[in-house]
Design a protein around this ligand. Structure first.
Ligand SMILES: [Zn+2]
Length: 136
C-alpha cells in the first residue's frame, strides 16, 4: 500500500491517475471514489484533517531544516534576506507540492488503523489464493 501511495496510486487496488481529471488536467485533491475499486477516499467525516496534519508536519520540517541548515552554513554572518526568501519559498511551495502525497499517504495510515470493511472496496488488497488452494 505504501509503494502505491508514493506513486500516487490507489493504495487498495493500484489504480493510477487519481489526481488527473479526464483530459489530463491536474486536480489538487483526490476524486470522491477510486475508479478501479470504488473505494470512497473520504472514508469518514473529517478524514482529511489527517492529510492536512501530515502536510503541515512535512512542511514545517522542511521549513526548519532550511532555516537551521542556512544558519549553520552561513554562521556567523547569516544573510537575513536570503534566509527569509528561502523560508518563504519553502513555506509556499512544499505544502502545494506535497499535497497529493499527503492525501495518499494519509489514506494508507488510515487504512492501517481502520482496515477495509466488507463492501467498502470492490477489489480486496490481499492477493487471491492460488487456484489449487481453493479446490481443497
Ligand atoms: Zn482503488
Amino acid at each position: 500500500m505504501l509503494g502505491r501511495a508514493v506513486r500516487l496510486r490507489c493504495p487498495v487496488c493500484g489504480t493510477g491517475g487519481l489526481f488527473f481529471q479526464p483530459g489530463h488536467r491536474f486536480r489538487l485533491g483526490l476524486p470522491e471514489r477510486c475508479s478501479g475499486c470504488e473505494l470512497r477516499f473520504d472514508r469518514e467525516a473529517g478524514h482529511w484533517a489527517g492529510s492536512f496534519g501530515l502536510n503541515t508536519i512535512v512542511s514545517f520540517t522542511a521549513l526548519f531544516a532550511v532555516l537551521i541548515v542556512g544558519l549553520f552554513v552561513t554562521w556567523p554572518d547569516p544573510p537575513a534576506v536570503t534566509l527569509i526568501v528561502a523560508a518563504l519559498t519553502v513555506a509556499l511551495v512544499v505544502p502545494l507540492v506535497f499535497a497529493p502525497w499527503s492525501a495518499t499517504l494519509w489514506l494508507v495510515i488510515d487504512l492501517r488503523m481502520r482496515p477495509l470493511e466488507p463492501g467498502e472496496a470492490a477489489t480486496p488488497s490481499a492477493p487471491s489464493p492460488p487456484p489449487d488452494a481453493r479446490d481443497h
